[in-house]
Design a protein around this ligand. Structure first.
Ligand code: NI
Length: 189
């Protein structure tokens, strides 16, 4: 397994829609393993294929030591009740904002063996699933913010963006010490 580079805000691939996976090939299996590796090294809880420069419609998640892959996921039900919670993104390091989303969702996806499964989720998992599926549709959490809050977030980001030439975040070169645990509550996806 290897740790991949993460694409950060500004890389056009983060705005492209992904392509459904038709064959879960050895290459796809390898990408999934590498994405888990990358997510863990970056101390994230979710990671979608476009974030590592891929176009497949798939993402990996792990909240509370429950790793799983969603391939070709779709949201089959969203609650009318909504909830607000803080989100961050591995592709927009150190920027956090409150986002309001449906409180619970049911998703349908394939697992890495090609088997269809459905999962109903609430709380943080519901938020993560929606955040990752958004990535697969070229959408970012900043898109949900008010103009004022988005402008503030982008101004903050512009100061940090120089650390990522070519919109590339070299995760393999980062050490856990680079990340202050209190400032980075492992809520990046
Ligand atoms: Ni993200």
């Amino acid at each position: 397994m290897s740790i991949l580079d993460i694409r950060v805000l500004g890389d056009p691939i983060l705005r492209q829609a992904t392509t459904p996976v038709t064959t879960i090939s050895d290459d796809v299996q390898r990408v999934i393993d590498d994405m888990f590796d990358t997510m863990y090294h970056a101390r994230g809880i979710g990671l979608a294929a476009p974030q590592v420069g891929r176009t497949e419609r798939l993402a990996v998640l792990d909240l509370d030591n429950d790793p799983f892959v969603i391939i070709n996921p779709e949201i089959v039900h969203s609650s009318s009740g909504r909830a607000k919670g803080e989100e961050g993104c591995l592709s927009i390091p150190d920027i956090y904002a409150d986002v309001e989303r449906p409180k619970t969702v049911t998703i349908r996806a394939l697992d890495r063996h090609g088997k269809v499964f459905e999962r109903e989720a609430g709380e943080l998992l519901a938020r993560c699933l929606q955040h990752e599926i958004d990535h697969l549709d070229g959408k970012l959490f900043l898109d949900y913010l008010s103009v004022l809050k988005r402008t503030a977030a982008l101004a903050k980001w512009r100061l940090a963006a120089d650390d990522y030439p070519g919109y590339i975040r070299r995760v393999a070169l980062e050490t856990p010490e680079d990340r202050n645990e209190h400032e980075h509550p492992d809520e990046e996806l």
